[in-house]
Ligand binder design. Structure first.
Ligand code: ATP
Ligand code: MG
Length: 420
């Protein structure tokens, strides 16, 4: 029988890789916490209409990429393809806005999209993201962008570019859509198939097409920035001014869009030049219409999500991170010694030492070899004679010094050294 393999587009995160994930999670959560964002954990599956309404049926994510199935109770269920819809659903359902103030939430976890797997693109992948709910201030947009750039900086990542745009208000977009369709229609035959389809369904997304020919055409399209009304223009100018005030550099990209009606004003992406084709590490923007779209009281909001696999790819290139070694490798042989070692090891752990107990029962030479390989600073040795005498041998693996201690003195002695 053939061994069962992980599903295409999924990946095990192995122990030597987990270190990078823990480092990323710790760095991000510290920065998020400093800006008083609170973590929220929502379910991995939700009712399908949440995503249809919360992401939009005209998007690739909903149109083509969702893992949707019917459960045994005949409900239509979808594995979350992104985090915002679930967070907003929870925000409404749990009345998190009851205080009437601003709510700052972050999340991280697995997301699922049926896409063609490649470097930086999986079917189960992970995002870390935040949502700032209850403020329409340009300072809110800038706060979330600054947190993103702070996280990337703290991770030591370089060669990143922040691109920003404004998609204006619903009304601004209506005028722009018409101008865009008027511009694109004569080129219809030259657009990729998806974009031809979008010309009627969701023309803004054509600007986002990855097809080269379509991109060439889109380059000369009218700019949405020329269609912003006064309020949108003012909001966008303030965002740009405040970014500069914080010393955050950015590029304007008028082709950067979110195609749906509940997106408003700011849209942004952070792009790496070290990742090849899947280069966007962070995508976000303002979505003032989403909370009401999902049945809540109209609430302005802005947020972003980072693709964790892509960040890990960058981190792995940047610096080798190693798992920490045990402080102590514990070698024992003989029935009595082995059970006594178990007790002493436990006691050492309770005193704060990281202890690996050799469970092999093999001869001392083999156990010592494993001790050397473990990276531990100290090897403890317990055999029949030590048990009889109530002693234990302490071998310093860095200096090869060896001494015999009474078991009663072991902890005090080790605590006075600097092995922890
Ligand atoms: P892309 O253009 O790469 O498909 P997207 O616009 O679909 O991205 P968002 O929905 O904005 O992406 O998600 C935010 C981030 O999550 C992306 O910038 C990317 O880093 C990451 N991401 C999205 N889809 C995947 C995937 N299938 N595998 C790994 N990471 C992903
Ligand atoms: Mg995508």
């Amino acid at each position: 029988m053939e061994n069962i393999q992980a599903i295409r587009g999924t990946k095990d995160i192995l122990p030597h890789e987990v270190i990078y994930w823990q480092y990323l999670e710790k760095t991000a959560s510290e920065i998020l916490t400093k800006a008083n964002y609170q973590e929220i954990r929502t379910p991995i599956f939700e009712q399908t209409p949440l995503f249809e309404r919360g992401i939009g049926e005209a998007t690739d994510v909903v149109g083509k990429e969702m893992y949707t199935f019917t459960d045994k109770g005949d409900r239509t269920i979808t594995l979350r393809p992104e985090g915002t819809a679930g967070v907003v659903r929870s925000y409404i359902q749990n009345k998190l806005s009851a205080s009437g103030g601003v709510d700052r939430l972050w999340y991280s976890g697995a997301m699922f999209r049926y896409e063609r797997p490649q470097a930086g693109r999986q079917r189960q992948f992970h995002q870390i993201g935040l949502e700032l709910l209850g403020s329409d201030a340009p300072r809110g947009d800038v706060e979330v962008i600054a947190i993103a750039t702070d996280i990337l900086k703290a991770l030591g990542l370089k060669n990143l570019t922040l691109q920003i745009n404004s998609v204006g208000s619903k009304e601004d977009r209506l005028a722009y859509k018409q101008a865009l369709v008027d511009y694109l229609t004569p080129y219809k035959a030259d657009l990729d198939a998806d974009s031809q389809d979008r010309l009627t369904r969701n023309p803004l997304r054509i600007l986002d097409s990855k097809d080269q020919k379509t991109q060439e055409i889109a380059k000369k399209a009218p700019s949405i920035l020329d269609f912003l009304g006064n309020d949108s223009q003012k909001h966008f100018n303030q965002v740009c001014t405040l970014l500069s005030l914080l010393g955050i550099s950015f590029e304007l990209n008028p082709r950067l869009v979110r195609g749906l009606d509940y997106y408003t004003n700011t849209a942004f992406e952070i792009i790496s030049s070290d990742l090849g084709a899947q280069a966007t590490v962070c995508g976000g923007g303002r979505y003032n219409g989403l909370v009401s779209q999902l049945g809540g009281v109209s609430t302005p909001a802005v947020g972003w999500a980072m693709g964790m696999e892509r960040l890990i790819l960058l981190l792995e290139k940047l610096q080798p991170l190693k798992a920490t070694s045990p402080d102590i490798y514990f070698v024992s042989r003989g029935e009595k010694a082995e059970s006594e070692a178990l007790v002493i090891a436990q006691n050492l752990r309770h005193h704060g030492f990281k202890v690996e107990l050799d469970l092999s029962g093999s001869n001392f030479a083999k156990q010592f070899k494993r001790g050397d390989r473990s990276g531990a600073k100290i090897c403890l040795v317990l055999g029949d004679s030590e048990v009889e005498e109530g002693t234990i041998q302490v071998k310093n693996l860095e200096t090869a010094e060896q001494k015999t201690l009474s078991q009663a003195d072991l902890i005090t002695n080790l605590l006075s050294t600097e092995i922890r």
